[in-house]
Write a protein that binds this ligand. Structure first.
Ligand SMILES: [Fe+2]
Ligand SMILES: [Fe+2]
Length: 295
């Protein structure tokens, strides 16, 4: 594809952002939860505990409390990714010509991401949940990502997070079991992230042209490790312990939960298909994705 052809894609994405973007600070867009306490935080089938003995032993009100905490954990990871990707992508574009159409789209994307993070914080507050502290090891990997991730690796890990959340949030926004503020936030996020995903895919494709085999091999593995950490960070023992659940029981239950594995594989399917098309899946990467229940 020619340079002007690539630019046309970024201009189209900018035009689309002009036509259809949301401001979650607008009270008409984000209203408080007026439904009461009977609605879930996420579609119950997406709970990593769904179908386990612990899940089966819970009353419906306990399950609602669980999924509301789990959505806080998942969206907390979303915010962590949204902030990290901005640091990584802006760092790489700091000296670039700001009038370039891909850089202009990046500015638009960062504006979206900040409003998404703000929206998620407000939504979690409105359903009476709160965020949970991450493991220190994940904070270290977050630092590594935002400090050294290079082009295709940064966009690859960003895309992994965006694709996985896209599949889950399409379910949550359509689910009548889910609290209204979460459904509205998911609707906004799905629409705006579809542009981000198109942008990341295009940036990766462009970067892969004429890449050396050694660099492709290394980038393939680093994207897989980064994606593994994103998937791992969604399960936080502190969240389960905060609800009074014994991690020694629920940890192994989640690890052995075939339903949970199927859901995670479903969430990762579009991302894995993209990697396969672009030649970013090798033996080692496949092994890592299998270990993460993403393949
Ligand atoms: Fe976002
Ligand atoms: Fe995004």
């Amino acid at each position: 594809m020619t340079t002007s052809g690539r630019d046309a894609i970024f201009e189209t994405l900018l035009e689309s952002a002009k036509r259809l973007s949301f401001d979650p600070r607008d009270p008409l867009v984000c209203q408080p939860d007026s439904d009461g306490d009977e609605f879930h935080g996420m579609t119950p089938e997406w709970s990593p505990l769904f179908g386990t003995a612990t899940w089966d032993s819970m009353a419906e009100s306990e399950r609602v409390r669980l999924t509301r905490s789990e959505v806080a954990q998942f969206l907390g990871v979303g915010i962590w990714l949204e902030v990290g990707l901005q640091v990584a992508l802006l760092r790489a574009s700091h000296s670039a010509d700001p009038a370039r159409s891909d850089v202009k789209f990046l500015f638009n994307e960062c504006a979206d991401e900040n409003l998404h993070s703000l929206m998620f914080v407000n939504v979690i507050d409105s359903i009476g949940s709160h965020f949970y502290r991450r493991d220190r090891s994940l904070d270290f990997f977050g630092w590594l990502f935002r400090t050294i991730a290079w082009d295709e690796v940064a966009y690859g890990i960003v895309l992994a997070g965006e694709e996985i959340f896209d599949v889950m949030q399409r379910d949550w926004m359509a689910s009548e079991d889910v609290a209204a503020p979460i459904r509205r936030a998911c609707y906004i996020h799905v629409i705006e992230e579809s542009r981000h995903m198109a942008y990341a895919r295009q940036k990766i494709r462009t970067r892969l042209i004429k890449i050396s085999r050694v660099r492709r091999f290394i980038s393939t593995l680093v994207i897989a490790i980064g994606t593994h950490l994103v998937a791992k960070s969604l399960i936080n023992r502190r969240m389960y312990e905060d609800l009074g659940l014994d991690w020694k029981v629920v940890g192994p239950e989640i690890a052995a939960n075939e339903h949970h594995r199927i859901m995670f594989r479903r969430a990762a399917e579009p991302f894995i298909e993209f990697l396969s098309r672009e030649g970013l899946l090798n033996f080692g990467a496949r092994w890592i994705y299998r270990k993460s229940n993403l393949l």
